[in-house]
Design a protein around this ligand. Structure first.
Ligand code: MLC
Ligand code: AMP
Length: 466
């Protein structure tokens, strides 16, 4: 039977093995973590939903852990959030307060600080497995981000499957420097460590030097992080004593995979997933780690490929189809968006990932790319072109706009806006950074005379990507 507890029970059980969390220059022992987070739980118990400004700090870790203990759903808000995106997240989620770090603009909500030195040892009853753990806002192809409602049972099932696939135990020290407002850094990194009982070290920025100095056994990174490490041979060599290096959130380029093998002696494990389903496919610590492949479905999960007309696609290692998954880790729907939730599923409850993939006769999966040009992955961040276009169209100097992701060696894709109008490019980049999250700003704005359109007036984005 699945143990659904997301309390840091595993952490508490290992008081003998010292520190639990190192983040923002502070180390929390196992009793610091459990005592201070339980004290947070006392203060928030009974709240409907709270917002957590997810900066990589002890206050954020304690706020999140406290919510899990109390069974209060939390909404991680991007640390670099802008005004329009924050207003949308707060209104849509109906968060009642900020918990943990103080936002620059609380937007009228009360702020409940976390007391690092408070302690409580009260035992809270375990919340129902089907109850909501968190609501993570994630971009679609159009419109503002949608709140994916993720249950405690989904998180627990995913972490247990990953622990099995990666032979992840309480003896590990997990290191990463990723944001705590998305699945990778938050669910896998932080909540994974709490559930498995491993030490958790957050490096701040995920620089090659910081990864090299951390002395972990298990490292998580997006491909941009691994590619920067591969370009810094002395930092890469310092990772040789680690047990496992894991890449995900975007495709790991084969040359980066090869460079990591050469420099660290480790073939990276690559895994695939999304906010809505958590991680569903991975190569294994004890199995083949094939460059360019994300491996096999995790235990308890199924995948299939379908053609445009819905017909099954052969698992022949060549034919591309739309990837769908059936998994106990799937989300409960988008908050306030029954239309979008319904559109995300087939009638038989398989989730449409929006990714094109190939599956081999041996079951190994290769992700070919996104089906929509309007979903951009830059540095592992998922960014909807429509969201940026809407903001840019609100600027007085912009008459028409099309946002695309162009190939980029460092970031996978870089966000580029093609604009018709009088605006100054740098002003537009800053404008997006103020309104949305800073990481959603275009790297480049190209002012053009006109946008290529078809007879119906629709912008031909593929032409902009040539
Ligand atoms: C960036 N800079 C700019 C700019 N864009 N300056 C001017 N104009 C612009 N348009 C600046 C930055 O502020 C920074 O300055 C410097 O340039 C380098 O920026 P960068 O290239 O963005 O690098 P960095 O900030 O280091 O970010 C790279 C990164 C980051 C990899 C660390 O993208 C990242 O954290 N990605 C992780 C995303 C993630 O976790 N995704 C998981 C989603 S969950 P300065 O001064 O700061 O150096 C998911 C599920 C799954 O996908 O499968 O996991
Ligand atoms: P997000 O919802 O931010 O978690 O982004 C999910 C998307 O990231 C997926 O739908 C894929 O497009 C992409 N993705 C995640 N992991 C991988 C991977 N290993 N290879 C290729 N794409 C990936």
């Amino acid at each position: 039977m699945l143990l659904t507890s997301l309390n840091p029970a595993a952490v508490a059980a290992r008081a003998d093995i010292g520190d639990a969390v190192r983040i923002g220059g502070t180390t929390l022992s196992r009793s610091d973590l459990v005592g201070a987070a339980t004290s947070v739980a006392e203060r928030v118990a009974g709240a409907g939903r709270v917002a957590v400004l997810a900066t990589p700090t002890p206050a954020t870790v304690l706020a999140i852990t406290g919510c899990l203990i109390a069974g209060v759903p939390f909404v991680p808000v991007p640390a670099d959030v802008g005004v329009a995106e924050q207003a949308h997240i707060l209104t849509d989620s109906a968060a009642q307060a900020w918990l943990g770090e103080a936002p620059a603009d609380p937007a009228g909500l009360p702020h409940v600080p976390v007391r690092l030195h408070a302690r409580s040892w009260h035992r809270h009853p375990e919340p129902a497995p089907q109850s909501t753990a968190m609501v993570i806002y994630t971009s679609g192809t159009t419109g503002p981000p949608k709140g994916a409602v993720i249950s405690r049972a989904a998180v627990a099932a995913d972490l247990d499957a990953l622990a099995q696939a990666w032979q992840w135990t309480a003896e590990d020290t997990l290191v990463h420097g990723l944001p705590l407002f998305h699945v990778h850094g938050l669910v896998l990194g932080l909540l994974g460590s709490l559930r498995v009982g491993s030490r958790f070290i957050h490096t701040g920025k995920p620089t090659p030097e910081a990864y090299a100095a951390a002395g972990g056994t298990l490292y998580f990174g997006v491909p941009t992080v691994w590619s920067r490490i591969a370009a810094d041979s002395s930092s890469a060599r310092a990772l040789a004593p680690a047990r496992l290096l894991v890449s995900g959130s975007a495709a790991l380029p084969v040359p980066v995979f090869d460079a990591m093998v050469n420099l660290t002696g480790h073939a990276p494990v690559e895994r695939y997933g999304c906010t809505e389903t958590l991680i569903t496919v991975s190569t294994r610590a004890g199995g083949e780690r094939r460059p360019g492949s994300v491996g096999l479905p995790l235990p308890g999960m199924q995948t299939r490929l379908v053609a445009e007309d819905g017909a099954p696609v052969a698992h022949d290692g060549e034919t591309i189809g739309s990837l769908q998954v059936l998994t106990p880790t799937v989300f409960d729907g988008y908050l306030n968006r029954p239309d979008a939730t319904a559109a995300a599923f087939e009638a038989d409850r398989w989730y449409r990932t929006g990714d094109a993939a190939v599956i081999g006769p041996d079951g190994m999966h290769r992700i070919v790319g996104r089906e929509s040009v309007d979903m951009i992955k830059s540095g592992g961040y998922r960014v909807g072109a429509g969201e940026i276009e809407t903001v840019l169209l609100g600027h007085p100097g912009v008459a028409e706009v099309a946002v695309v992701g162009l190939p980029d060696r460092d970031l996978g894709q870089r966000i580029v806006a093609f604009v018709v109008g009088e605006a100054v490019p740098d002003e537009l980049i800053d404008y997006v950074a103020q309104q949305l999250s800073v990481h959603k700003r275009p790297r480049e704005v190209r002012v053009v005379e006109s946008l290529p359109r078809n007879a119906m007036g629709k912008v031909l984005k593929k032409e902009l990507m040539l």
